[in-house]
Design a protein around this ligand. Structure first.
Ligand SMILES: NC(=O)c1ccc[n+]([C@@H]2O[C@H](COP(=O)([O-])OP(=O)(O)OC[C@H]3O[C@@H](n4cnc5c(N)ncnc54)[C@H](OP(=O)(O)O)[C@@H]3O)[C@@H](O)[C@H]2O)c1
Length: 346
């Protein structure tokens, strides 16, 4: 039986769909506060048997920090996909993010070694690659470099990935994937899917940064292919293309039928923007719309090589434009559904 962590998130919900639609027996952990409604919604994008497939998942309540609950969840499990993590650029989440991502992963690794789990997949990130000092293209041999430009999120993922390498030394049969920015449908209120909502609402600004982007379906497929192979003790970058944020926003605008963001924000101004936003959000008692880490990340130029996974598995990626086009189609479908269900004005 398979255990999935992070099953209620963007990547985890797609992974759960791929696993149960292949007839795999799957247990997924969630927290008492988790919303499984989005998982059902994601299933409905890809199948008209969504409820039936969703019903095949065995859900158990377990916070990754709860050692006993995780130990119970591992009963009868031989394969683990660990996609659960706190993903945030908000300073208020920094402490919990470091704790959950590093200690939670260490807990899981220790229990999986003790229980002699057959194979383990860890979802790391390109954020752990030593890109801060690398002006060229990063690959799997580009290792972490301490830098003030490393976000707290990347520090947490690096700490977690180190727990996996430690586990491998102690006998865990594991592999690691390092996805770039994941694009996919469903979670329109935040994260990367929230970018579609921003463009829909008429985002005017773009920065000159470049990053790697990948379709969520490709990340899930890569995880399953690597799990079913003999490959372990290795890491793989999972990234379709390196694109500028300007290009990505232009694709989104094109397929949402909106004007593309046209005002370039020079790097120096992003520094002013997050500082002003910090003060305003403090006065207004709300979360800042731009944080220092968001501003820094979107102005940096990062590029990643996907050669290793393409050569090892013969893996073909969905082009970024196609991924954005198909995600926009689902965004528009959801938008129409919401409009249809709004009560008519009295
Ligand atoms: N999104 C990206 O662009 C990207 C890029 C590279 C790597 N990654 C990595 O890919 C993985 C999935 O990312 P995502 O975008 O799917 O994230 P997401 O949508 O934010 O989902 C995060 C998942 O982690 C779970 N989680 C958080 N804290 C937990 C805890 N204490 N105990 C148990 N579960 C917990 C969440 O459960 P709740 O529903 O209960 O909150 C949710 O299921 C993460 O490891 C992330 O670091 C993401």
């Amino acid at each position: 039986m398979i255990l999935v962590t992070g099953g209620t998130g963007l990547l985890g919900s797609h992974l759960l769909f791929d696993l149960v639609s292949r007839g795999k027996q799957v247990r997924a952990i969630k927290r008492e506060t988790s919303n499984t409604g989005m998982v059902r919604k994601v299933f409905s994008y890809y199948s008209d048997r969504a409820d039936d497939l969703f019903g095949k998942i065995e859900w158990v309540d377990a916070d990754i920090m709860d050692f006993v609950a995780i130990d119970d969840a591992l009963e009868g499990i031989d394969i683990v996909y660990h996609a659960g993590a706190v993903v945030s650029f908000y300073p208020k989440d920094h402490k919990a993010m470091l704790k959950v991502n590093i200690e939670g992963t260490a807990n899981l690794v220790n229990l999986c070694i003790a229980r002699k789990i057959k194979k383990f997949c860890y979802v790391s990130s390109v954020a752990v690659l030593g890109r801060a000092v690398n002006d060229g293209v990063s690959d799997e041999t580009t290792f972490w470099q301490p830098s003030k430009k490393n976000s707290v999120y990347s520090q947490s993922k690096n700490g977690a990935e180190r727990e996996i390498w430690r586990g491998i030394e102690e006998g865990l049969n594991a592999f690691i994937i390092n996805p770039s920015v994941i694009l996919g449908p469903g979670f329109w209120g935040g994260g990367n899917s929230g970018l579609f909502s921003l463009v829909w609402k008429g985002l005017k600004y773009y920065t000159r940064g470049i990053n790697g982007f990948v379709d969520v379906r490709d990340v899930s497929r890569a995880m399953i292919l690597l799990m079913e192979s003999d490959i372990s003790r290795e890491r793989f970058i999972v990234s379709s293309e390196n694109c500028s944020y300007q290009q990505v926003f232009e694709y989104m605008a094109k397929y949402l039928g909106k004007p593309a963001p046209s005002v370039n924000v020079p790097n120096a101004l992003t520094g002013i923007a997050w500082r002003v936003e910090k003060v305003i959000s403090f006065i207004m008692r709300r979360l800042p719309e731009v944080t220092q880490e968001m501003a820094t990340t979107t102005t940096m130029i990062y590029a990643y090589s996907n050669e290793k996974i393409r050569k090892t598995l013969g893996f073909e990626f969905i082009p970024v434009e196609q991924s954005i086009k198909e995600t926009c189609e689902l965004f528009l479908r959801d938008h129409e559904e919401v409009k249809c269900h709004l009560p008519s004005a009295i």
